[in-house]
Design a protein around this ligand. Structure first.
Ligand SMILES: [Fe+2]
Length: 193
């Protein structure tokens, strides 16, 4: 386990550590990468809305797109609090990773079942990441992550519960060619749990 140098939520925006040095540069890099990931998610879900097969699915994708846009907005506000603009974060701090090039090439080819499976997996991955951010030593980020986490938990239990089960059976049926239906169901149950 990595050793912690600073306690969770121990550093505020006006701390001298945020002005320069290694702490600031690492923080800006992590925040710029997070802002980029949220923006990619916002753009991706927005593009998927017209592909939804029905009104409920369309509403659900639009809701995810709105949430991801809020996550991006919250993250760029934290960066602005550190004196870094959206452009500067993107041009000077965000990682230029090949992953995004691949994603941009693949997304236009996605079918509805790809969207369903990715949403299952990405939702849980994002949850684990945000859970990690709630332990950040940078207090504004930890507070924002806690707010996002509360929203995600509320969203998961109330709005998506019935829709998730519809997705579960839909994906299980389509996955049966690649997995046994029991295997597909176990996979999806473990994601949904
Ligand atoms: Fe997000």
């Amino acid at each position: 386990m990595a050793q912690r140098f600073h306690a969770p939520e121990s550093i505020e925006q006006d701390s001298p550590m945020t002005r320069d040095g290694e702490y600031r540069s690492k923080l800006l890099k992590l925040l710029a990468d997070q802002a980029r990931a949220e923006l990619e998610a916002s753009n991706t879900y927005s593009r998927w809305i017209p592909k939804a097969p029905g009104p409920e699915e369309r509403m659900h994708l639009a809701e995810i797109a709105r949430e991801e846009t809020e996550h991006w907005y919250g993250t760029i506000k934290i960066l602005e609090g550190l004196g870094v603009s959206v452009k500067e974060a993107n041009d000077e701090w965000a990682t230029n990773h090949w992953f995004y090039t691949i994603v941009h090439l693949l997304i236009p080819r996605y079918r509805w079942e790809d969207i369903l499976m990715l949403t299952f997996l990405m939702d849980r991955c994002a949850f684990l990441l945000v859970e990690d951010f709630t332990q950040s030593s940078y207090a504004p980020w930890a507070r924002f992550a806690k707010h996002v986490l509360e929203e995600e938990q509320g969203m998961w239990t109330s709005v998506t519960a019935s829709f998730a089960h519809k997705w579960k059976s839909w994906v299980a049926t389509r996955c049966s060619g690649h997995l046994t239906s029991g295997g597909a169901l176990r996979l999806i149950h473990s994601v949904l749990r």
